[in-house]
Write a protein that binds this ligand. Sequence first.
Ligand code: ZN
Length: 608
Amino acid sequence: MKTSPIHYRITCASPEAHLFRVTLSVHEPASSGQRFSLPSWIPGSYLIREFARHIVSVKASAGGKPVRLSKLDKHTWLAAPCKGKLTLEYEVYAYDLSVRGAYFDQTRAFFNGTSLCLCVEGQEARRHEVEIVPPEGRAYKGWKVATALARKDAKQHGFGSYGAGSYDELIDHPVEMGDFTLASFKACGVPHEFVITGRHRADMKRLVKDVKRICEYQIKLFGEPAPFDRYVFMTMLTGDGYGGLEHRASTVLMASRGDMPRVGDEAQSEGYRQFLGLVSHEYFHSWNVKRIKPQAFAPYDLGREGYTRLLWAMEGITSYYDDLTLVRSGLISVEQYLELLAKTVTGVARGAGRLKQTLEESSFDAWIKYYRQDENSPNSLVSYYTKGALAALALDLTIRLDSDGACSLDDVMRALWVLYLERGEGVGEAEWERVAAEASGIDLGRFFELALRSTDELPLAELLAGVGVEMQLRAAESNADKGGKAVSKPAKTLARRPVLGVRTSTENGWVKLTHVLDDGAAQAAGLSAGDLLVAVDGLRVSASNFDQAIECRQVGDVVEIHAFRRDELMVFQAELQAPQADTCVLAVAHKPTSAQRKARRAWLQDKD
Ligand code: ZN
């Protein structure tokens, strides 16, 4: 029996009030009453977001008569039994300028299906169709549509009807609307589009040339054909945006317009390098997490948290391959790659949380910890992105060195990919490690115990030495020193720089403590996150002189600090400490053995 599709008519109703109007038609509602629900979270972003809170009004009707609609819980509705086609009409407020929700104003409209499309429970496997209606008025005549959804009767980049094979597919295809810039290219023969929204003067030719290299490298890494017929990059440029969310055949990115290359500008800024890393990251997810995914995500239960201990593999390995893709495809040099890697090592080394939370715990508790960070987070958690990337590096190098270069993490990823192609369903929690051991032919039991289930440090210096890279840890030169760069001051001098053990921000000219680090001078003195600093040793401090006020003293000196907590002035005595050697620098070894050189070339695929 042929079933009727679920149909959504999405009208860009009011840019001023930021409202989408949705008409949802269900031709065969459940005879005992039809349930509808909206997801509580969006895949790829592990936080309960309660998208239903943006539904402003909702009513149901059938045959021109109202149908009683009862709310069952925060995101579920039940329509009373009715005859014939059941129609739901509702309005959704959309003013979330992020990659995760929906947005509509005079400049653009954007939505994820998780924000706009109520799920018709029990009919998720049916075909779902979306008819998209543009905003009214001459100002919107030039608006186009970008999405990886399949077109039904819509013209290319036009408003009209699009379709998906299921609800799961529908909500994995975000839609961008507006008068955007569009560039098209092919990667390994597959059509790709690069869309930019927001005012900009980016050099589209250069962007396309660079992005194409990333795409082709990754398609070939996993093996042709690519897992999609076409792919769309949707980029929103703002003054200081950053972020991305992966989908099966598209990605939504936020970036800073200042990071885009300009026509005639051949230099590669740090910001542009970071943007290419973001592009690479989200594209890699087309394989790792969108298809190779934990069983807990196959299928996703979007009504509640989806617990898995494998986020380190989904996000950490993706974070490892994002910059690795750039060096392997020749977009950055080996030196630039090692600088990026050293910054990651530095970032992880600076959080005492790495000594308390394992990668598996970090993955499992993402919902309440990584995604809900507070002033104590550096002391209490480790990032499954950054430490996960270092675990991936350590795993890759362990396999390379133990197999004498015969195998690598690439082989593990390809084995996981083949498993997905053969079987489709998700990877079991313990199965991931079994696949890695089988694909590499190496007993990785001890490695996984150390890297995933303990807080012991990863043996990075030793592993990197095996591929001819020297790792050094020194004290920071200043608070702006994020690692990665060699400095002229000798390590002994750096080790004498006194520190207070805090992170700060500037608030209305005040120096505000954002984080007070475990076992540091400030914590011992009783200072807390949120305190506003007034004076050090009786002299007023501001953002411009605070670092100097500390650095002009000696390790062991006691400084008097005045600070406001709430509206109360308090005074603290802090004994300044010596800095930790937590700043990493990586360099290609001067005189590598031929085995080390060969291993490095195989790893980074450089030709030096
Ligand atoms: Zn990611």
